[in-house]
Design a protein around this ligand. Structure first.
Ligand SMILES: Nc1ncnc2c1ncn2[C@@H]1O[C@H](COP(=O)(O)OP(=O)(O)OP(=O)(O)O)[C@@H](O)[C@H]1O
Ligand code: SF4
Ligand SMILES: [Mg+2]
Length: 367
C-alpha cells in the first residue's frame, strides 16, 4: 500500500495511471478477487476501451478509480494516480473514502456514465434542477448562470426541446433521452475524465450508435479523456485508441487498437474477436458466447485462469504456472505463457512457493 506523504510523478501526457490495482471483496463465503493486479494508462484527451466478459472486473476497476467501493470491498493494493486540474498528482488509494478531496475529484474532475440512467438521475427532481445543483456546487455558478449552463448542456447532447426538457422529470423522457440527460449531467462540470460503464448496452442498436457518436463528438469538443467499458469489441474499434482486455480480475492484454484487431496475442482476445458476429448476420453486436464459461470467482482454476477454455493450452505448463504479465513491445503487454520463458517462470514460482511455506513454518514455530 502506498505512502500518504509520497510525491508522485507521471509523464505530462498521462491523466491516469493504474498500477498493480487489487480490489477484493471479503464476503462470508470467502474472498472475491474482483480486481487482482491491473495496470493501465489513460492519456490526456484519448479513449481507453476496457473489454471482457461479465464478471471480469471491468466495473470494479472503474469504481476503484474514484474509490466508489463499498464494504465488503476494499482496495488492498496498488496505486491509482490521477492528475488534477491544477496539475498536481494524487494517489486516489491514499485519499480518505468520503473526504472533501475525493468528493471534489468525483464532482469536478472524473464523472461516470452508467448503463442505467436512473443510477445517477433522481426520479423526484426536474432534470434541470439536478444539473444546476451540480454546477452550483462544483463550479460556483449562481442560480441564473447554472440554469443557463443546464440548458446549454442539454443542447450540447442534442436533447429535443432543451429549453422545455430542462423542466421535465425523468419519467417524462424516453430511454435515449434519459441517457442524454445523464450525459449532460456527467459533462456539466467539464470533467477531465469520463468513465462510461456500458452506457449503451440497454438501448436499441440505432440509439446506441447515436449516443456513441455523440460522446465522441463531445470528447473532441471538450478535450476530455474517456474510459469506455463494454462487452462489444465492435464499439471499441470505433472509439478507442488503446485497449485493455480483462479476464477474471486480470489484464490479459494491453495494446493500441490496431494491434488488438490485427495482431491479437492472447488466446482470450483471439476468442473474443472470433465471437464478434459478422455484420448483417446478427441483429445486435453483443458478444456471442465464447467456448466454456467464466469460472466462479471461488473456483479459480490452478495455473492460468483461462486454461480450461484455451485453444493453445499446454499441459503441465498452463495448469501449473500462473502467467506473469510480459511487455512484448512499448505499450504492449500480454499475460500468457506462450510469451514467457517457461523455465524461468517455473523456477521463480517454485522459489516463491518455497519462501511462502518457509514463512508459514517459521510463524508456526514462533507461536
Ligand atoms: N459487492 C460485491 N460483493 C462480492 N462480490 C462482488 C461485489 N461486486 C462485484 N463483485 C464480484 O466482482 C467480480 C467483478 O465484478 P464486475 O462488476 O467488476 O464485473 P464486470 O466485468 O463489470 O461484469 P459485467 O460485464 O457483468 O458488468 C464479479 O465476480 C462480481 O461477482
Ligand atoms: S497461459 Fe496457456 S492457457 Fe493461458 S492463455 Fe496462454 S496458452 Fe492459454
Ligand atoms: Mg460491469
Amino acid at each position: 500500500m502506498s505512502d500518504a506523504n509520497k510525491i508522485y510523478v507521471m509523464p505530462e501526457e498521462n491523466l491516469v495511471e493504474v498500477k498493480g490495482l487489487k480490489t477484493h471483496f471479503f464476503t462470508d463465503e470467502g474472498v472475491v478477487k474482483a480486481v487482482d493486479g491491473v495496470d493501465f494508462v489513460v492519456p490526456r484527451g484519448k479513449t481507453l476501451g476496457i473489454v471482457g466478459e461479465s464478471g471480469s472486473g471491468k466495473s470494479i476497476t472503474a469504481r476503484s478509480i474514484v474509490k466508489l467501493i463499498d464494504r465488503p470491498g476494499r482496495i488492498v493494493d496498488g496505486e491509482v494516480l490521477v492528475r488534477r486540474r491544477d496539475n498536481s498528482i494524487d494517489n486516489v488509494v491514499d485519499l480518505p473514502q468520503n473526504g472533501e478531496s475525493i468528493r471534489r475529484l468525483r464532482g469536478r474532475e472524473i464523472s461516470m456514465i452508467f448503463q442505467e440512467p436512473m443510477a445517477s438521475l433522481s426520479p423526484v427532481h426536474k432534470i434541470g434542477r439536478q444539473i444546476t445543483e451540480m454546477v452550483q456546487l462544483h463550479m460556483g455558478l449562481d442560480k441564473d448562470a447554472a440554469r443557463a449552463r443546464a440548458i446549454e448542456m442539454l443542447k450540447r447532447v442534442d436533447m429535443p426541446k432543451a429549453t422545455q426538457t430542462v423542466d421535465s422529470y425523468t419519467f417524462e423522457l424516453s430511454g435515449g433521452m434519459r441517457q442524454r440527460a445523464m450525459i449532460a449531467m456527467a459533462l456539466s462540470c467539464d470533467p477531465n475524465l469520463v468513465i462510461a460503464d456500458e452506457p449503451t448496452t440497454a438501448l436499441d442498436v440505432t440509439t446506441q450508435a447515436t449516443i456513441i457518436d455523440l460522446l465522441m463528438d463531445l470528447q473532441e469538443q471538450m478535450g476530455m479523456s474517456v474510459i469506455f467499458i463494454t462487452h462489444d469489441l465492435g464499439v471499441i474499434a470505433e472509439i478507442a485508441e488503446s485497449v485493455v482486455v480483462m479476464y477474471l480480475g486480470n489484464v490479459v492484454e494491453r495494446a493500441d487498437v490496431d494491434s488488438i484487431f490485427h495482431d491479437a496475442k492472447h488466446p482470450y482476445t483471439q476468442a473474443l474477436l472470433r465471437s464478434i458476429p459478422k455484420l448483417g448476420l446478427e441483429k445486435t453486436r453483443r458478444l456471442s458466447a465464447i467456448e466454456g464459461m467464466v469460472p466462479h470467482p471461488f473456483r479459480r482454476p490452478r495455473g492460468c485462469p483461462f486454461h480450461d477454455r484455451c485453444r493453445s493450452f499446454m499441459k503441465g505448463v498452463c495448469d501449473e504456472l500462473v502467467p506473469p504479465i510480459e511487455t512484448i513491445a512499448p505499450g504492449r503487454q500480454v499475460r500468457c505463457l506462450l510469451y514467457s520463458d517457461v523455465d524461468k517462470v517455473r523456477a521463480e514460482q517454485a522459489e516463491s512457493a518455497r519462501a511462502a511455506s518457509a514463512a508459514v513454518e517459521h510463524s508456526e514455530v514462533s507461536t
